[in-house]
Write a protein that binds this ligand. Sequence first.
Ligand SMILES: Cc1ncc(COP(=O)(O)O)c(C=O)c1O
Length: 389
Amino acid sequence: MSRFPLSARIRALPPYLFAELDRKKQEVRARGVDIIDLGVGDPDRPTPKFIVERMKKEAAVPANHRYPSYEGLPEFRDAAAKWYRRRFGVSLDPSTEVVALIGSKEGIAHFPLAFVNPGDTVLVPDPGYPVYHIATMFAGGRSHFLPLRRENGFLPDLDAIPPSVLAKAKILFLNYPNNPTSAVAGRKFYRKVLRFAQEHDLIVAHDVAYTEVYFDGERPMSILELPGAKKRCIEFHSLSKTYNMTGWRIGFAVGNAELVAGLGKVKTNVDSGVFQAVQGAGIAALESGDEVTDAIRKTYQERRDLLLPGLRALGLDPVLPRATFYVWIPVPKGYTSASFCAHLLEKAGIVTTPGSGFGRSGEGYIRMALTKEKGRIREALSRIRKVGF
Ligand SMILES: Cc1ncc(COP(=O)(O)O)c(C=O)c1O
């Protein structure tokens, strides 16, 4: 018996599915193998220099050394609103419809605390970013998982949700462009989502961390572009992937003023906002032109266009990513997600992520991240060809 038993909520957390893989990774590394890590969703390139330079300046300003404002500097919220207008044509009131976040994960994790009561249901995509489910649990809610299937373009079948579930449902979490499937949603789907949410009085919480990592010039849209969407939608945006800023911890939530204020209420009680110097650097990023994001996209597009044909030539059938820097790949016959990852790691020294780590419907897939240079991607393909499967 532990002297400090963990709370029931922590004990109820799903098992950490990557633990076994982490252990194997250490083991393989200890054997001296040159590991190619395609597991992590963390940009390998540094933050653009002008952002770092702005940070240096802002860090020297004494006013920035004090507690920041909870909801974010007016200048940061203004820059976020202008960015939304420029990118999506969506108008936002920076004083009521925008809140700064310590990374979008923070906002997503806190959001259910503001709107979910114990016993309420939250609709959660499966496979999906694990935080939607965990945050729901922490708020005392129950997740109802929405399977994302290849035959449906990895969009949830809303009509398949039982009425008894809908009667208790408060929030519908969505994430497009999608991690881990790389799918993008279009206007028709978002229209359906809005109609459905109105009919069942749901809040739509849309995670849009990957809207700027897209391919072939096809820009993903925001659900807020639809008329009336602001009545019940909130979007979580991040500077992490858009500007190679994962370590900086900055993002923002936008949308319905009541939803933004509810999230703000949780935040004022658990954090004290984003370091103002980081917000200053965030402003520099948001105010920069398309050439910054174009360059980032070009990098991933080249890697995608190298990896995809390579995987196909090996006999695999990967989903063609339309956005995000992930490649979602069905495992070959005879393998599970975990056993194929283990095979690639043990025999080829390649780290990938088992789809089962993203939920039950992720079983049968693995995820590769395009976060390594082309030379390493070529090397990974050549190793897989050698060891086979
Ligand atoms: C789908 C999705 N949403 C949100 C996040 C969180 O990003 P951040 O907290 O860095 O903004 C991630 C990070 O990997 C993600 O994959």
